[in-house]
Design a protein around this ligand. Structure first.
Ligand code: ADP
Length: 405
């Protein structure tokens, strides 16, 4: 069974084709084909890259319509050097990453008109993401016709959180209005938690895991027996940890101050907190950890402060998640920073030595997932490469099999 996965964002689209004929157990396989659209660099044009059948292509196309871009991307499955299919009809289903499922979806669902209407109704909660996800669903229907499409939600894994963890201590009206902690990156947290359990040779149902997704966006999840019990992102992906260009949690009084004293509008605050804060805002250099660390090593004081604040916040939130877990069997690092930065592993773990957590003397990045804890550590520490696209394909297969069972 061949499953296409589409991760549709506002300025980029990523897609993979997986062959699930052998089932979906074990480590993530390489996709048969992978492609991406990048709308950010050239006005009125899109950059298309695709790889399949041992070949890759890169093209700049004069397309502004997102659906037409997706159509051009999908065509590289059946035409040109990256062709891996005889015809598009060989695709059995399409899985979509949908960012916000609100309180409606705790599991992946087959998309129908009602599901589309619900995703639409949740746009106020995810104004940058849900419209792009809907557009992706429509574009696939145009290109592939009446094919089963499945929505896999980034919020779903966190829907199991206890009310005490999910509720903000504002007025009770917030509870009724759905102003609560939803959490994000759920597809990644769920995948890396299961993968860590597999690598540890343990049943996830008996583990307390702290998963750390540290990419451009950063979030932590506390996972007990395979179930999320707490997470750092909240009503929006702005809550919690300091990130590449997002502030994470700040005293809400700062916002009131800026509105009163400096006349900030909602849109200005949105830009300030989402795009001009975090590593980028504080260092004044970049949202890329590598660039900021390099500047720090050359003696740049704001870069040093930015890294120190990032690590401080990370440790503090890790501590909070460990409290929510009431124990700790494993820490899992994933995403761009989490997969690649020995400095970050060392710094993040240092305060937890009192729990018996010890890292190996020498830490190196690796292509494969790895356990970086010392032999005698009381807590395993795993670096797992997140495989969100594979996790979506896997969810699609499970859902479709359960429908046919
Ligand atoms: P996204 O959240 O957009 O999917 P990624 O998971 O790809 O992002 O993470 C991107 C971030 O990962 C970059 O901004 C960079 O800061 C960080 N990163 C990538 N490689 C390294 C590295 N070797 N050391 C430190 N940080 C890295």
């Amino acid at each position: 069974m061949k499953i296409l996965v589409l991760n549709a964002g506002s300025s980029s689209h990523k897609s993979c084709l997986f062959d699930l004929s052998q089932g979906a157990e074990g480590a993530a396989p390489h996709p048969l084909w992978r492609a991406a659209l990048d709308w950010t660099h050239q006005q009125g044009k899109v950059e298309l890259s695709a790889s399949g059948a041992g070949e890759s292509i890169q093209q700049v196309l004069s397309i502004t319509d997102k659906a037409k871009g997706i159509e051009a991307m999908v065509k590289t499955l059946v035409e040109g050097p990256t062709q891996v299919l005889g015809e598009l009809a060989e695709i059995a289903a399409v899985g979509h990453r949908v960012v916000h499922g609100g309180r409606h979806y705790q599991q992946p669902v087959v998309i129908d008109d009602e599901v589309k209407a619900t995703i639409q109704s949740l746009i106020p909660l995810a104004p940058a993401h849900n419209p792009a996800n809907l557009q992706g669903i429509e574009a696939i229907a145009q290109s592939l016709g009446n094919i089963p499409q499945v929505a896999v939600f980034d919020t779903a894994f966190h829907s199991s959180m206890p009310e005490a963890a999910a509720t903000y201590p504002g007025p009770y009206a917030w509870v009724e209005q759905g102003i609560r902690r939803y959490g994000f990156h759920g597809i990644s947290h769920q995948y890396v938690a299961q993968r860590a359990a597999d690598l540890m040779g343990e049943d996830i149902a008996s583990l307390k895991l702290l998963t750390c997704h540290l990419g451009n966006g950063c979030s932590l999840a506390a996972v007990t027996n395979g179930v999320c019990v707490d997470t750092t992102m909240g009503f929006t992906p702005l809550d919690g940890l300091m990130m590449g260009s997002r502030s994470g949690s700040v005293d809400p009084g700062i916002l009131i101050y800026l509105m009163r004293q400096e006349g900030y509008s909602a849109d200005q605050l949105d830009t300030l907190l989402n795009k001009e804060s975090g590593l980028k805002g504080l260092s004044g250099i970049s949202n890329d950890m590598r660039v900021v660390v390099e500047a720090m090593e050359q003696g740049n004081a704001p870069a040093k402060l930015a890294i120190e604040v990032f690590i401080h916040r990370l440790r503090r939130e890790m501590g909070a998640m460990i409290a929510s877990l009431s124990g700790l069997d494993g820490v899992v690092f994933t995403a761009g920073m989490g997969e690649n930065s020995p400095l970050l592993w060392r710094q993040a773990c240092a305060p937890f030595e009192f729990l018996g957590l010890r890292l190996k003397a020498e830490l190196n990045r690796a292509k494969d997932d790895q356990d970086i804890a010392a032999m005698d550590s009381a807590v395993r520490v795993l670096v797992v490469h997140t495989q969100e696209e594979w996790a979506i394909a896997h969810s699609c297969l499970s859902l479709l099999e359960s429908k046919h069972a």
